[in-house]
Design a protein around this ligand. Structure first.
Ligand SMILES: Nc1nc2c(ncn2[C@@H]2O[C@H](COP(=O)(O)OP(=O)(O)OP(=O)(O)O)[C@@H](O)[C@H]2O)c(=O)[nH]1
Length: 355
């Protein structure tokens, strides 16, 4: 069953050259499938649920490999709900979460579920099925492969997140922006032969696009001056926690620098995106920050137009943020986009602006 060492070394070299998380987990699945030839392999992303839900964990079924065919799905589910809907997921998944691995041999074959960690947090679940049980040597290789994945993933975490808040850092913004742009263009230029994209289109109507919001804490210098930098840092940390609790799992949250944050929202309608940032602004304004009391934020938000570069979008959101500050702070301003810009960036328009 196991491949030659050079094949495995090449697979590992390819795996550890990747810096994008989705590409990394996809590569892990394909590599494991190639090495072990499992009858079925499923990958689940695993994360702590936002604070407002009662459920402790959410899982997202992302990759399903069977008979050489791969399918992907994107939706987050509360773990408890999913286990009620699909009892066969449990108890192995629950067991794997408490002891990092669980396996069973039944009339249906052999199944091993392994929980993968990044920076000591559960991150992925791989659910492998085989006709027979894996040998001790095969298990040893499986453990080695997943440990290499975990080490590489932990290193990526250090490079891509901000150490104080745990949000994505500024360096990662550009990378995520390209991914989001590519996704938005995919939604606009659909290849109808692709079942996955067709499924995605059904769940994202035409008026749903991505938005970028720039958020800045109001009078943060005063907080530092009055209470000291330690309390200033605590405000930054709590704001980051409120962001994680307020926005959807699919939204991308960044600490852009100092007391400035960026949120990439979508795909959503403009109404929902504005509602999401407005709800977050209110939530911050109502929060009682220890010692400091009330803190407010200002937000500038704009839609992402196809073929734009990051600096253009950031510039527009920043301009809206400036207006929010100018109008008295503690508010959201949406950057006006004139119809001609949308038309100029439309994929159906002959005069697409490329640069
Ligand atoms: N505690 C703490 N303070 C920081 C950090 N990064 C930047 N700052 C402070 O954030 C403050 C930003 O102040 P300003 O740019 O003047 O803006 P502001 O006081 O928030 O005023 P407005 O944006 O106009 O509402 C400065 O005092 C910086 O020293 C950090 O990581 N921790």
């Amino acid at each position: 069953m196991l491949q030659a060492p050079t094949t495995m070394l090449n697979a590992l070299a390819a795996l550890t050259s990747l810096h994008d998380r989705d590409a990394l987990s996809l590569s892990l699945c394909i590599t494991l499938q190639e090495i072990f030839d499992f009858t079925q392999l499923d990958l689940y992303h695993y994360r702590a649920a936002p604070l407002q839900t009662d459920c402790a964990w959410q899982i997202k079924h992302t990759i399903h490999l069977q008979d050489g065919q791969m399918s992907q799905s994107w939706h987050w589910h509360d773990h408890e709900i999913l286990s009620n809907l699909s009892p066969e997921l449990d108890p192995l998944i629950t067991q794997a979460l408490s002891s990092s691995e669980a396996s069973v041999l039944s009339a249906d074959g052999y199944r091993v579920v392994r929980c993968l960690y990044s920076a000591n947090q559960p991150q992925l679940l791989i659910d492998c099925r085989n006709t027979t049980t894996l040998s001790a040597k095969d298990l040893h290789v499986l453990h080695g492969m997943t440990r290499i994945y975990e080490n590489h993933s932990t290193l990526l975490d250090y490079g891509q997140t901000d150490s104080l808040t745990g949000l994505l850092n500024r360096k990662t913004l550009e990378q995520q922006f390209f991914k989001v742009m590519a996704h938005q263009k995919n939604l606009n230029n659909l290849d109808l032969s692709s079942a996955d994209i067709e499924c995605e289109r059904r769940s994202h109507p035409d008026n749903e696009v991505y938005f970028l919001a720039v958020m800045d804490i109001d009078h943060f210098k005063r907080i530092n001056d009055q209470f000291g930098h330690i309390y200033g840092d605590e405000v930054l940390l709590l704001i980051a926690q409120l962001m994680k609790a307020s926005f959807r799992s699919e939204d991308h949250l960044f600490r852009f620098g100092g007391e400035e944050f960026v949120i990439m929202i979508g795909p959503q309608s403009e109404y929902s995106a504005l509602q999401a940032v407005e709800r977050f602004r209110e939530r911050v304004a109502q929060f009682d920050f220890p010692q400091v009391g009330q803190v407010t934020i200002s937000i500038g938000i704009t839609q992402l137009l196809d073929f734009e570069i990051l600096s253009t979008v950031l510039g527009r959101a920043d301009e809206a943020l400036y207006q929010a500050k100018d109008q008295g702070r503690n508010r959201v301003v949406s950057a006006a986009i004139d119809a001609s810009s949308i038309k100029a960036h439309s994929p159906n328009n002959g005069s697409i602006e490329l640069f």
